[in-house]
Design a protein around this ligand. Structure first.
Ligand SMILES: *Cc1c(COP(=O)(O)O)cnc(C)c1O
Length: 379
């Protein structure tokens, strides 16, 4: 293992990543390939090693990213892969889209024309349809009308339309109302695809499954499952179980820098929001909000020390925080603590942490900052 500063670090298990991929494969129909969503530095896991592992060891051929910089970064490691940009690329960079053989998500005819005007080479695209997310894409009341615009787009010079796709807003919910909403979204994109086929336009790709849909409403009509969060072993929504065997890939660790016994009445951290009610042992831990460990966890979060849960006392600082280790007499300076991950019988996941301060696991892992080195394990 490469040496690194043992202060605050994230351990990423490539073995668990590979296991998760094989489970996701088993959920999909034979005709559905995985499009690994590796935007935002592979959801904070570090795209280089993740992408190489996915491409070389898992045989992943499709990747999705949020922007051109991410696409070019993935291209460097995967000369053969198909890379789809889900978000916006300024048209003036269209020549790079074709130069790097990247596929752009296209949201309107006007945008497609802008791209082609700015590129001497062919611009490959998948057309995004807004079937109910209300974010980006063509918006129509009737699939036939939507299909007609796409059919016209196929005539744009130097534009290669290779697929259509949409994004679900509530596929991570099991309420009947939300299920009906997603049914409608799915129906619309499938009907659009079929209307195009009726016009003689048979696109190679039609895709609409995100992680939630891959888990809860897998469809053989989707040629790709754009799996993001489940690759990393987290929940699309914590209220629904994810398929057996999927496991979080990342753990977050830090170190105890000092342990002190303090008398009753001692104030801990900024703002004096915590005062020791009795004599207690307080440990200082080498991680803070600048590492992406949210300040919203002040006096709320728990950290594992020698397999025991220890509460954060007082405010989380930029680089440090304090915990109550009164129940862990063996805790001492230099000990490794677990902020996300397993220690003995106890486990704290990014999803658990997210619930403590009212967000989702996605934001927790994406928020772990650059300062935190990612360390990779094969097992
Ligand atoms: C981020 C994203 C995904 C992946 O979502 P998960 O919930 O992480 O699976 C899929 N499609 C689009 C368009 C996205 O923006």
């Amino acid at each position: 293992m490469k040496p690194y500063l043992k202060r605050a670090w994230a351990e990423v298990s490539l073995d668990k990543l590979k296991k998760n991929i094989s489970i996701i494969r088993s959920l999909n129909s034979p005709g559905t390939d995985i499009m690994a969503v590796v935007k935002a530095d592979a959801y904070g896991h570090g795209y280089e090693r993740v992408v190489c592992c996915l491409a070389e060891e898992c045989g992943i051929k499709y990747f999705a990213v949020s922007n051109l910089d991410e696409a070019i970064a993935v291209r460097e490691y995967c000369p053969e892969a198909e890379i789809l940009i889900l978000g916006y690329t300024p048209p003036e960079y269209a020549h790079e889209i074709s130069e790097y053989n990247i596929i752009q998500g296209v949201v309107s005819t006007e945008y497609a024309e802008d791209l082609c005007r700015n590129s001497p080479g062919t611009v490959r695209c998948h057309v995004k349809i807004d079937t109910g997310m209300g974010r980006i894409g063509l918006r129509y009341d009737r699939p036939e009308d939507c299909a007609r615009e796409i059919a016209d787009m196929t005539k744009i010079e130097r534009l290669s339309v290779e697929g259509i796709y949409t994004h679900f807003a509530v596929a991570d919910s099991d309420s009947p109302d939300n299920i009906a909403y997603t049914d409608k979204q799915e129906r619309f994109i499938i009907d659009t695809y079929d209307a195009l086929a009726d016009m003689g336009i048979r696109l190679p790709h039609l895709h609409f499954m995100n992680s939630a849909a891959t888990c809860y409403r897998n469809s053989s009509r989707s040629t790709l499952s754009r799996a993001g969060i489940i690759i990393y072993g987290l929940h699309p929504d914590v209220s629904l179980e994810i398929p057996e065997g999927l496991e979080p890939v990342m753990e977050l660790k830090a170190v105890i820098s000092q342990v002190k016994t303090v008398p009753a009445g001692t104030c801990i951290s900024y703002g004096r929001t915590f005062t020791a009610p009795e004599e207690m042992r307080v440990a200082t831990v080498t991680i803070g909000y600048a590492d992406g460990y949210s300040r919203l966890l002040s006096s709320k979060g728990e950290i594992l020390v020698h397999g025991k849960r220890c509460r954060i006392v007082g405010r989380v600082c930029m680089d440090q925080l304090m915990i109550d280790v009164s129940g862990v007499p063996e805790a001492k300076s230099g000990d490794i603590v677990t902020l996300i991950g397993r220690d003995g019988d106890e486990m704290i996941t990014a999803d658990d942490l997210a619930s403590v301060y009212g967000t989702i696991g996605y934001e927790v892992v994406c928020g772990i900052s650059k300062r935190v080195p990612r360390i990779y394990f094969e097992s």
